[in-house]
Design a binder for this molecule. Sequence first.
Ligand code: HEM
Length: 450
Amino acid sequence: MTQAQATALSLDDIPHPPLTPVVGHTLDLLRDPMGLHMGAAAKFGPVYKVKVLGQWRVSLGGAEALEFILGDTQKLFSSFEGWDMLHTLFPGGLMLRDFDDHRSHRRIMQAAFRKPVLDAYRARLEEATDTLLKDWKADQPFKFFPAIKDMTLRMGAAVFMGLDLGDPRADLLSNAFQAEVAAATAVIRKPVPFTKMARGMAARTTLTQHFSLMIPERRDNPGDDFFSQMVLAADEDGNAWSTEDLVDHFNFLMMAAHDTTASALTKVAWALATYPEWQDKIIAEVDALPDAPMDDAGLASMHSADLVLKEALRLLPPVPLIPRRAVRDFEWQGHIIPAGTWVSATPGTVMLSPKHWTDPEKFDPDRFGPDRAEDRSHKYAWAPFGGGAHKCIGLHFATMQVKIFLAALLKTHRIELATDTPIDWIRVPIPQPKGGLPVVLRVRAQTTVS
Ligand code: HEM
């Protein structure tokens, strides 16, 4: 297709839900993104558009579209352009790179995710989880979501940055990091004084300064933390990163890892507290673990934990919509979509589609078991970690973190809801329970923990 033809193309033939003057669908998306997308898909079918912050975004629904967009065998879709809301605060992050440039950076980052390195992170994770869980008191109701966010941030300081849990830099960097993440989804996109964006930009400067100072320190004296491993990281040809690259990649990595895992752990905690029979199954697995540091066999033996995590991520994926921008005109299901169009892949709606899942709204981890294997109905039926070149590089780490947390917690305690009110979930900026998920821990009868 020629450029002249491309500019003549439009999105006029693509249907959309009714528009609110000025804001379009922006507020609907912020309030209830899944409601907006599920409603539009039910009314218009898999191809429709929504207008967000003045721009049309075309949604291509269905597992086939996920494969088309994320698999991107024709190099049609820019992730950098798609994730435009992250440009100011997270420039240079892995997800904000495209095609050959992305591939060469991903090959270097892969060095920080090799098996022996993951084993070292596992030991650090286990130690930090055991220590931090001591602050959680039995029989005293607390809100799980803020507590797990705090814990995963502290854990980030230990496992990602290699700082001691008591290091004063840990709090400073965690606070800066939180301000930066909050700014990523701020409605006011310019650093006007006293706005989230201004605080986020200031936080980025603080983080950049500290990370830059830490680089020579770790080059001389590397540890078994992510930051050291990324300082050391090189691909098979010996290509490594500049200081600027390192700061950008690490900053992005912390962001990509943190809220997603905290959100997933919260949905898992809700599941255990709401379905005690599943908690019992995981407790039985935890009790069968040897009294020794967690190893591969131990992680692999936690089958029920796997099923519950998969189901939690299906019902409440931390990343339900994945944005891209078309670099060339393309055709999908009879629609010609022009270059420059923002396109959304929708794993969140695919994972609730009756085409792939029996009774999709129901919490039913057995659907992933060998007898039913509903996730096998399509390569992209279950895609909370995305797919293709940008598929989450931290998926094994995230799974390990969830299992280590469950093993540490359930070894000694059970978790119960501390409210009779059904839990409502907010989707933006990251899926979380309204009211924070009040829970209470009970010491397990057969244990002697104080
Ligand atoms: C339950 C937890 C997590 C979920 C649901 C999740 C989800 C995702 C998704 C959907 C993507 C692809 C986005 C796209 O294609 O545009 C992604 C990319 C990424 N994730 Fe995760 N993530 C999680 C945890 C983590 C952790 C723990 C880390 C790091 C240790 C991490 C690091 C990354 C990075 C670096 C990318 C960019 C990969 C690339 O562009 O090549 N994530 N994640």
